[in-house]
Each structure stands twice: as C-alpha cells, then as structure tokens.
Write a protein that binds this ligand. Sequence first.
Ligand SMILES: [Cu+2]
Length: 414
Amino acid sequence: MKLIKDKVAKLSFVALLMTVTAAMFYTPTASAHGEKSQAAFMRMRTIHWYDLHWSKETVAVNETMTVNGKFHVFAGWPETVDKPESSFLNIGIPGPVFIRQGSWIGGKLVPRSVALELGETYEFKVLLRARRPGDWHVHSMMNVEGGGPIIGPGKWVTITGSMKSFTNPVTTLTGDTIDLETYNRENTYFWHTFWFVVGLAWVGFWIRKPVFVPRLLAVDAGKANTLITDGEKKVGMAFAAGTMALVAFLMQTTNDKYPVTTPLQAGLLRGMIPIEKHAPTISVKVDDATYRVPGRAMQMTLTITNNGDEPVRLAEFNTAGVRFLDSKVWEDDTNYPDDLLAEDGLSVSDNSAIAPGEKRTVEVTASDAAWEVYRLADLIYDPDSRFAGLLFFSKENGQREMVTVDAPLIPSFI
Ligand SMILES: [Cu+2]
C-alpha cells in the first residue's frame, strides 16, 4: 500500500515538474502589437495618416526601405489628450528589427521632437535599415507627450538574411569609423561584471554572519554597538574609499582616451513646414451619423456643397487608417494593406458628379468588417461618442480634395 502511495506521489511530482517546465518554455508568438487595443477615439481624432507608401515588402538585412506619406493633425483634437506640442515621429515595430537612419517632416530632418499645429497637414518620410530577419508589422507612429504613441496603419514587411551579417557603421565627428552594433561591447560586459562582483562581495561580506533575527535580538538586548566589529568598520571604509578612488581614476582615464564628447541631443524643433493649404472648394455638413452594430456599417447624411469650378464625386472615407472606397470613383493602386482597405466599402445614395455651385444631400454608408476587426466600433461606448475622419473628393482631372468631418455618432442595435 505504501509502495503505491509513493509511486503516486512520485508520478504527481513528475507531472507537476513537467507542467511547470512546459509553462516556462511556452512562449506564444504575438501576431500584432496592440494597435487594435488603442482607444478608437485616439486613432480617429488625433493624427490621420494617409497616402502611405511602404517602399518594399521584402528587404534583406542591411538594406534600406522607406515609409512615407502624409499626416493630418486633426483640429478637433480630444480634450483628454495633450496637444501635439512635443511630438516625435517614429515607426511602430516590435523592437529594434529595423534601425531608423533618418526621419523627415516636410523635407526637414527631424532627429528630435517637433511642435505640430492643429489643422495642418504634413508630409513625412522615415528611412529604415533592416536588422533582424522575420515578418514584421511596420506602422507609422507619432509619440505625443501627454498623449502616448499614436499608431498609424501597419503593413507586413519580411526581412530576409541573417542578423549576424548586420553592421551599423558610422563615422564619428573626430573621423573614426565604428560599428555601432558591436562598438565597445567587451567593455560593456567587462564593467557590468566588474561592478556586479564588487556589489556581491559587499553584500556577501555583511551576510556571512547571521542577519535579521539574531541581530534584532542583540539590538533589543541593548547590545547594538557590539554588532559591528572594528575590523568590519575598516572593511566598510576600505570599500567606500576604494570605490570612490576607482571611479575617479576610471573617469580620468576615460576622459584621456575620449577627450571630445558631446551629449545626446535633445530639445524641440519648431517651425515644421506643413503642406500648403488651398482655399477649400467643397464644404460638407454632417446632418446625422449612426453606427449600425449588426450591419457593421456607419451611415451618414451629408450635405455637400461644391463651391469650386469643377464637378466632384465622393471617392473615399478614411478613418484611423481604414479606407472605405467607392470603387466606381477611385481604385487603390498603392498596394495598401488588405485588412485596412474596403475597396467597395463606401456607398453613396447618389454619387453622380456634383456640379459647380450645386448643393446636395446624400446618404453615405461606410461598411466593412474592419469596424469590428479594428475595434473602431468601440467608440459607441465612449462617454463622448464622436467619430472623425477624412473625406476625399475626386475631380475629373484626377485631383483630390480632402475635407475633414467630425460629428457625434449614435449607435443603433437593431
Ligand atoms: Cu501591427
């Protein structure tokens, strides 16, 4: 009987061990990085990214690619998010799978944070160099102080080759060429180990004798001053003096070896040049807007007035990077990510050309699974259920005109 009990105990122990080990090694791969969990109003009412272009879908290690396009800084910026007075143009990728070689706003190099103006549209470009092989979701991104990272549309890019061959050579201002990927790596390892050992020696010295309870008892018995011996005081002083002397000496030798150093550059760049604005020739009034939950469709009643001298047609509704197109008016030829493109997601009750001077009220429906997949419909549960986006009108000569819309959205559950 005892034998069986022992066996059962042993087996359960092995089973437990296997479970724990399995749990330790179970690391599911994340297929995205949280873009869908960012609040819908953040994606719809802050930075509108459009005309995005990823220059490559496959890129070898060490080779470059660019992400470029435009972003509109929405005038109806939410009150709960800090204004983009200190913003940093970035790229949303899972860790340093690319290195960023440069980024530009309006043609100006922006290695630092920038101040952006509400209501303006800017052109941007980010130059990337591939580092780690794999399939990566590459997003445009704007880090706004007090607002967090505001993520733009993402596209899958494959990096091929081997990370071992990755190099990152730069020429310093003193004329040396170094590889930033491996620069002074041994030094880093050495000093981390060195100070770790010093720290452990210090801790080891003090815990070699019983700590906590026996010492507490000694203190309670009024023998506190017998706890630290003269020898230990000397060792303590030697540690303190030795550490300070070593730091001073090492600082001196480092300064001798690298006489010229400059601090990391920070600070804010002002005066970003936006895309020149033309006087708007189309005005749009949102009469009402509802989101039909079962149909995954947003319906808007728009009154469009064409004050220009050319006929126009509604081509696209773009919000949070999701593009709803009327394929009869506009077809996408930029290879935009499939999951964000509803090629035929926009239907307009009367989408014949609106003549110059004409005013027309139309029913517009933007429907696609993306409302749910990208969790934009969560907006209806917000205390301030507003939607916003960009409408693109096309003219006969192929030109487009952008109009922003911003209105309350009323959900319908039937
Ligand atoms: Cu992503």
